[in-house]
Design a protein around this ligand. Structure first.
Ligand SMILES: Cc1cc2nc3c(=O)[nH]c(=O)nc-3n(C[C@H](O)[C@H](O)[C@H](O)COP(=O)(O)O)c2cc1C
Length: 198
């Protein structure tokens, strides 16, 4: 595991931040990318990548379209799991928990911190619904840009979600498949830590 860490006392968010910073140096791009698993209320799962943009006491937060497949699944069943995999470091982190939404003011601030092109792209994208062809998407972006030469309005459906880290598991590659796994579970008294068989 990371030399700098005292695994007996470290908080899982502290460990996560250290591993993420090491991944930012080691990975070619998008060290904050994670697979996000959601499911319908009937238990039909789906998974896709998202970029985790902030991590705090509310959990691991990303931004997306509330009308997309994942957005609809989260509205109907607000629990989710994230899985980070840093190939260069041979490490994995799994996060599971209930999902909450970020405040509008926070989502607005993040939306407007992005490039104008990204804002226009997000504003016109009817994410996960059928698109006739690429030209029509480019045209919609151009038209929306002309209609909004100043600030691009954040569409109401562009939102921020946080997966609460009720369970956070760290996996580190070991020789002969004797990998290290530590599961942290949140409880009223703080965190409980359990070493798991690989
Ligand atoms: C590395 C990577 C990062 C991504 N980050 C996001 C993201 O932060 N938000 C998002 O809405 N889609 C992101 N996407 C696209 C999603 O994986 C997905 O295609 C899209 O959100 C539609 O998913 P859905 O139909 O399951 O809702 C990312 C894709 C990749 C490959």
């Amino acid at each position: 595991m990371s030399e700098e860490l005292d695994w007996d006392t470290a908080d899982p968010l502290e460990i996560f931040r250290l591993w993420l910073s090491e991944a930012e140096t080691a990975e070619p791009n998008d060290a904050n990318a994670a697979a996000l698993a959601t499911s319908t209320p009937h238990g039909v799962p789906s998974v896709r990548m998202v970029l985790v943009k902030r991590i705090d006491q509310r959990g691991f937060c990303f931004f997306t379209n509330a009308e997309s497949k994942k957005g609809l699944e989260l509205a109907a069943n607000p629990v989710a799991a994230l899985c980070f995999h840093w190939k260069s470091l041979r490490r994995q982190v799994r996060v599971e928990g209930r999902v909450s939404e970020l405040e509008n003011s926070e989502v607005d601030a993040y939306f407007h911190s992005r490039s104008r092109g990204s804002q226009l792209g997000a504003a016109v994208s009817r994410q996960s619904r059928p698109l006739a062809n690429r030209e029509s998407l480019v045209e919609q972006v151009q038209n929306f840009g002309k209609e909004h030469p100043g600030e691009v309005p954040r569409p109401e459906y562009w939102r921020g979600y946080c997966v609460g880290g009720d369970r956070i598991e760290f996996w580190k590659d070991g020789a002969d498949r004797l990998h290290d796994r530590f599961l942290f579970e949140s409880s009223a008294g703080g965190w409980t830590k359990t070493r798991l068989y690989p």
